[in-house]
Write a protein that binds this ligand. Structure first.
Ligand code: BG6
Length: 506
């Protein structure tokens, strides 16, 4: 076997100051601070030691308190163990500034940035990570601009803005956010995060498809029977009802993560691996999605919410009994869709997508089922299992290929067998960086490949808006229920039953 072949290596990014807007929030604690720590970790050293991280939020907090809070977060959530030398180097570059919502807050931010840059002798390369509610985006961008905190796109030192999902609540608000961003900065300065694109297994989809000759030749309507994409979560809505009850699974998961999985799986080979080419290839998939609207939504979509059930031995309340959920809520915690891609390669292949909360297990996978061989030889007497390529996105990362083999013996009997690759066995446990490590590093390096473009976001919303409109009267596609801890509503079985197939357990 050849040694590892490195196509793109991560160079130390240029020194910069990364400002986390909303630094006292959950995302900063669980993901951003641990990932940044891992990037400076001695073994990795991907972020230059002079770089700084400035937490910016509402709360009055001393620098020491911010650092000790960050230490707790890193100890709890970091992939790599805390090492004192690395921690000291990281903590030394951690700063905090309060006053996010105060009138003079942005003026103080500016002074603080200049002071940090002087102290650390670094150029004013600045990244603003907006980990704030979407309704605060417009005001925040306008204030950054008003305080001259956004450099021109061609300036020697860069200003980049990272926007967290949800990017909009519907098509109109997504377009409004794009307009506001574009009013103050160029597209090249904007990074829209979809953390699924930073997952190791999702990046591997492209390698699997375009670095292996066998798959690409099979990839399309001549050989593929249908595709299943499942993103199942065991957790319920938890403490996020305030956001989730206004969002629901279609907006929260399908508009971004599931459509990105679909686009990565089905796009044409990009001309190069450059951001512009990869983004164009994905955008073409979005353009080819057959819209689902009006009466068709009844047959092609399923919406449901969890009712009381059990997760193992624990009793789980139904969605309507969760804290913060409106008693008359019509929000779905589960969606299943039957989709079609109207292009040359995929015409006629059904794609089934499903995602939900409070399901049996946390498990995400993509299953590509290939067509049956003709009913001439071995399957004359009855069906034999179709070949399946299963890409396990999480938590047991890896992929498998199911083929049919002869069972050893004097008679001819067939047995489906599985060829399996598990990341942890092949590459070692904890080999995969967290998605945010990859994405934060890409922002520092200015690489847009894994970030959706404005057009992509808009086209994906166009598709989702059709479904939302079809659901809006609440009678065309009534909301079903499924017991928490199950694999979802019966409607989803009916949906895939429409082509006489069944869901595979992810
Ligand atoms: C987020 C959604 O984008 O993704 C959450 O807002 C969801 O509702 C989460 O739980 C799932 O991410 P992961 O990486 O745990 O699969």
């Amino acid at each position: 076997m050849e040694e590892k072949l490195t196509i793109q290596s991560s160079h130390p990014a240029p020194p910069c100051t990364l400002v986390i807007f909303g630094a006292s929030g959950d995302l900063a604690r669980r993901k951003l601070l641990p990932s940044l720590y891992n990037l400076v970790h001695c073994g990795q050293g991907l972020m230059p030691p002079q770089s700084a991280v400035l937490g910016f939020a509402r709360s009055q907090l001393s620098q020491d308190n911010f650092r000790s809070g960050a230490r707790e977060a890193v100890e709890k959530y970091s992939r790599l163990k805390v090492d004192e030398t690395c921690w000291n180097s990281f903590a030394n570059g951690l700063y905090y500034q309060s006053g996010l919502e105060q009138p003079e807050g942005f003026q103080h931010l500016r002074q603080r940035l200049e002071q940090i840059e002087r102290e650390r002798k670094i150029p004013p390369n600045r990244i603003y990570y907006l980990s704030i509610p979407p309704e605060a985006f417009n005001d925040c961008i306008a204030r950054l601009a008003a305080h001259k905190l956004i450099a021109a796109p061609d300036a020697k030192q860069f200003t980049r803005v990272v926007v967290e999902k949800p990017i909009g609540h519907d098509l109109a608000s997504a377009m409004e956010i794009n307009r506001t961003l574009h009013a103050h900065m160029a597209e090249s300065q904007i990074f829209r995060i979809d953390h699924y694109l930073g997952k190791e297994t999702v990046q591997n989809l492209l390698v699997l498809r375009f670095a292996n000759s066998i798959f690409e030749r099979l990839w399309g309507n001549r050989n593929v029977d249908h595709v299943q994409i499942t993103v199942a979560e065991a957790e319920g809505v938890g403490t996020r009802a305030g956001y989730y009850d206004h969002s629901g699974a279609l907006r929260d998961m399908v508009q971004n993560h599931l459509l990105q999985l679909l686009a990565t799986l089905t796009m044409e080979a990009p001309v190069t691996l450059n951001a512009a080419d990869v983004r164009e290839a994905k955008q073409n998939v979005m353009r080819a999605l057959r819209p689902i609207g009006g009466a068709a939504a009844r047959d092609l979509t399923v919406r449901a919410r969890y009712a009381a059930g059990r997760s193992g031995k624990v009793e789980v309340p139904g969605y309507l009994a969760e804290k913060g959920v409106a008693p008359d809520s019509r929000t779905e915690t589960y969606v299943a869709l039957r989709m079609a891609i109207d292009n040359w390669r995929w015409s006629g292949v059904p794609f089934f997508l499903r995602t939900g909360k409070s399901l049996k297990r946390r498990a995400s996978s993509i299953v590509v089922q290939f067509k049956q061989v003709p009913r001439i030889l071995f399957n004359r007497a009855g069906n034999i299992d179709a070949n399946l390529l299963t890409l396990r996105i999480q938590p047991d990362e890896g992929f498998s290929f199911d083929v049919v083999s002869k069972h050893p013996g004097l008679d001819v009997s067939l047995k489906p067998v599985r060829m399996n690759l598990s990341y942890s066995t092949e590459f070692g446990a904890d080999s995969s960086p967290d998605a945010y490590e990859r994405l934060l590093l890409d922002v520092m390096e200015g690489d847009h490949t894994l970030f959706p473009s404005a057009e992509y976001v808009q086209t994906s919303w166009q598709f989702v808006q059709g479904v939302l409109d079809a659901w809006s009267d609440d009678t065309r596609v009534p909301i079903e229920e499924y017991p928490a801890g199950s694999w979802g509503p019966v409607g989803a079985e009916r949906l895939i039953g429409s082509i006489e197939r069944e869901w595979y357990e992810p």
